[in-house]
Design a protein around this ligand. Structure first.
Ligand SMILES: Cc1ncc(COP(=O)(O)O)c(C=O)c1O
Length: 401
């Protein structure tokens, strides 16, 4: 049965790439955008842009309303208790940096921060820097063979010295859901603050952060079919109150004189300066678009594509799949072939896959690899994309072996 995507035509970027002879298989890095999102961006700019939270004039009020509506839409997607628990940043990476500065006062020398072995650099390097500043220890949770955090080891490593647990919901390399509920329970038993990297997980459907009960959850718009330049930091109301302000400037103050200032609480107290207004409005449009789709049909389409991808990789000799992916993504290496050579041949054949360390260098090192090829699919991909990928793979292997 041909695997066609009923949503492909909603994404002009994928059609433009196709017309150029390009097959886009790198959605975990950034997703293509639906026309509805592009219309929202154009509508905002062409209808009269204005700054938010500052002006009483009509364009200013209109922009503020549209911007704040999006905060509600994000809160709904995440099932946050209130829209005021949603802080907009300029990216997921910025949100992690905000946390690592904002939580500085929570630590004393000798305290421990626990992360997992598969973290993206965005959920690793800010904690490394914090650990350096405060004399903390970074403890790394090992993985099992499928690519999930080993819970038995986690139970021994999350202990009385742990102050913070920062873990990914879904690995961008291994494509595996992490045992978050169990990990968060271990953390809660020790009274530990919890940070979840939802950059990949949020793409695969609505979240229920109230049920998950983490303190903080981070994700970015551009992987969620929205514009780049926008990140989301969710914080439980009580957890947000523990954050120290970190960037200072317009609209984050209640009042200021020459010598001192009094700051607002969340969310505006953490959105200093002009926020990414158009980006946030665009994210709202992408969430509307995604929310209106038949979720079961999207999940079934992605699962069928994934099965075809895994079957095709499994049928070829010498391919080592990394872990046991559960979403429409697969990272692999080929015995005796350097991933950079393979990547070069994919590029030459117009197949856009990702190669390298995927911003998770320590994980690749732990797997004994310099890099890997990653194929990641969006809801607009179809069976023909995979056929082009396999044709390119076979041709590359023929040349390289
Ligand atoms: C798991 C994970 N965390 C964090 C990030 C960082 O997101 P951004 O580059 O949007 O700041 C990414 C992006 O690749 C990711 O895959």
């Amino acid at each position: 049965m041909p695997l066609t995507s009923p949503w492909r035509r909603d994404f002009p970027g994928i059609l433009a790439l196709e017309a150029e002879g390009q097959t886009y298989l790198d959605s975990a890095a950034t997703a293509q955008k639906p026309q509805a999102m592009l219309d929202a961006l154009l509508g905002y700019y062409a209808g009269g842009a204005a700054n938010v939270h500052r002006a009483q004039h009509l364009p200013g009020e209109r922009a503020t309303r549209a911007f704040e509506d999006c905060r509600h839409k994000v809160a709904q997607r995440l099932n946050a208790a209130s829209a005021s628990e949603i802080v907009f940043t300029h990216g997921a990476t910025e949100a992690f940096n905000l946390l690592a500065y904002g939580l500085d006062d929570e630590f004393q020398a000798g305290d421990e921060i626990v992360i997992s072995a598969l973290e993206h650099h965005a959920n690793l390097l800010p904690w490394q820097q914090l650990a350096r500043r405060r004399g903390l220890k970074l403890v790394v949770l090992p993985l099992d063979s499928a690519g999930g955090v080993d819970l038995d080891q986690a139970a021994t490593l999350i202990g009385p010295r742990t102050r913070l647990l920062a873990v990914s919901q879904l690995s961008n390399v291994l494509g595996r859901w992490q045992p978050l509920t169990a990990l968060l329970a271990l953390a809660k038993a020790q009274g530990v603050l919890t940070v979840v990297d939802g950059a990949q997980g949020v793409v695969h459907g609505r979240q229920d952060l109230r049920a998950l009960d983490c303190d903080f959850y981070v994700c970015s718009s551009h992987k969620l079919y929205g514009p780049d330049g926008v990140g989301v930091l969710y914080g439980r109301a009580a957890a947000l109150q523990r954050l120290r302000h970190w960037q200072f400037g317009g609209e984050m103050v209640r009042q200021a004189d020459y010598q001192d200032a009094e700051f607002r609480g969340a969310p505006l107290g953490f959105e200093a300066g002009t926020p990414p207004i158009a980006g946030v409005i665009g994210l709202g449009a992408s969430l509307d678009y995604l929310g209106a789709l038949d979720q079961a049909a999207v999940a079934a389409h992605e699962a069928a594509l994934h099965a075809k991808l895994l079957a095709g990789l499994g049928a070829r000799e010498g391919i080592r799949l990394l872990g046991s992916p559960q979403v429409a993504l697969a990272s692999f290496v080929v015995t005796g072939v350097h991933n950079a050579d393979l990547a070069h041949l994919f590029t030459e054949q117009g197949v856009a896959v990702r190669a390298g360390h995927h911003c998770a260098m320590p994980l690749l090192q732990r797997l004994g690899l310099a890099g890997a090829i990653r194929v990641s699919l969006g809801l607009y991909n179809d069976g023909a994309d995979l056929e082009r990928f396999f044709a390119a793979l076979d041709r590359a292997l023929e040349l390289l072996r």
